[in-house]
Design a protein around this ligand. Structure first.
Ligand SMILES: Cc1ncc(COP(=O)(O)O)c(C=O)c1O
Length: 349
């Protein structure tokens, strides 16, 4: 076995609502607000698309979801060959790390960000450098300083999970300018569809000037297809063709391709979910509380507190399963009724 695997643990999911109820003797309903899923669900067209695909279950999928590739290319006005699919971005991160990282290469990102960047860097025996957050955001200046001649990848989670904060087009472009062109800068925009800030990076435009920049998007979040595991990367045709060497031939499924196609076509449904999320999100910033809520552009809010366990327990007792971190609690925005309960807990805490 690779010695570095000994240093890692398998991903630990949170307890199920049933297990939590038993553990903490909770009587009423428990609502899951721990994994940033979109509780409003996908477009109704998705179910129809899946039904139609049922007759083809015995067939392998077409490699790299070509129908979806074409549809996304048209939607984004780019060439289809620049798009590569993973069984969720989780798998895309595996493929990217496996392709780009040699033992001893350096990977730079922030502390308190999406854990899979670290996990896969360790698997590839790369050296991970994680720069502390500054006021809940990526410290782009410090990250630029940490980049050196050994650096292969910079991961920028924008907006960041778990803090929900983002950097603007201007800030990201200024950062890119400081980074050598042989370093791949990956903007993980898993929550990109939820962003309503007008100055959010126009990443495709940046990629025209800086071909070392790549973008990740997923159908798991705002498109509400987390169960089906499909996400994608946009990069140069050259890098996409090399990543395709490492992509398992049938990594995404016929069902996920057809479901994502239907979800993509129903932009009205997506926009409805985004608008409700924005309205609900804004209400969190009107709570009368001493707690610090980082400004979020996502479908979750991060509450900074030195009493994270206590706050998490208070939420649980009110029927809300949130996600605890050492310096706070991340809470997914869900249905208005549950959001109201969450805000009441925060106001009283
Ligand atoms: C920032 C970020 N990137 C990537 C992922 C992986 O998403 P998926 O594998 O569902 O596409 C997540 C999931 O929570 C995430 O928060």
């Amino acid at each position: 076995m690779k010695s570095q695997i000994a240093k890692l643990n398998a991903y630990q999911p949170g307890l199920s609502p049933k297990a939590l109820k038993a553990k903490y003797h909770i009587e009423g309903e428990l609502y899951k607000h721990a994994s940033n899923e979109n509780v409003f669900g996908p477009s109704p067209k998705v179910k129809e698309a899946i039904q139609t695909s049922m007759d083809d279950l015995f067939l392998y999928p077409e490699p790299n979801a070509p129908q979806l590739q074409k549809a996304i290319a048209k939607h984004l006005e780019i060439e289809p060959e620049r798009i590569i699919f993973g069984a969720g971005l989780d798998e895309m991160i595996v493929i990217i790390s496996r392709t780009l990282l040699r033992a001893g290469d350096k990977v730079v990102t922030s502390e308190a960000t999406f854990g899979q960047y670290f996990h896969n860097a360790v698997v590839e025996d790369a050296n991970m450098v994680q720069v502390p957050l500054k006021h809940g955001s990526y410290d782009l200046d410090a990250i630029a300083e940490a980049v050196d001649k050994d650096t292969a990848i910079v991961w920028l989670c924008n907006p960041n999970n778990p803090t929900g904060t983002y950097h603007s087009h201007e800030a990201i472009e200024a950062f890119i300018k400081k980074i050598p062109a042989n370093v791949t800068i990956i903007l993980d925009e898993a929550y990109g569809e939820y962003v309503t800030a007008a100055d959010f990076p126009r990443t495709l435009e940046l990629m025209e000037t800086y071909p070392n920049v790549a973008m990740l998007r997923t159908f798991s979040k705002a498109y509400a297809l987390a169960a089906l595991r499909i996400g994608y990367m946009v990069t140069t045709k050259t890098l996409a063709s090399k990543l395709n060497v490492l992509r398992p031939p049938f990594n995404t499924t016929r069902l996920s391709e057809q479901a994502a196609l239907a979800a993509l076509k129903d932009q009205a449904h997506l926009q409805k979910a985004v608008a409700i999320n924005q309205r609900e999100r804004e209400k969190f910033y009107e709570i009368d509380t001493n707690l610090k809520l980082y400004p979020s552009q996502t479908n979750f809010v991060f509450v900074e507190t030195s009493e994270a366990t206590k706050l998490n327990q208070a939420l649980l007792q009110a029927g809300i399963i949130a996600r605890e971190f050492p310096n706070g609690v991340r809470i997914t925005i869900g249905f208005p009724e549950q959001n109201k309960v969450i805000r009441e807990v925060l106001a009283q805490f």
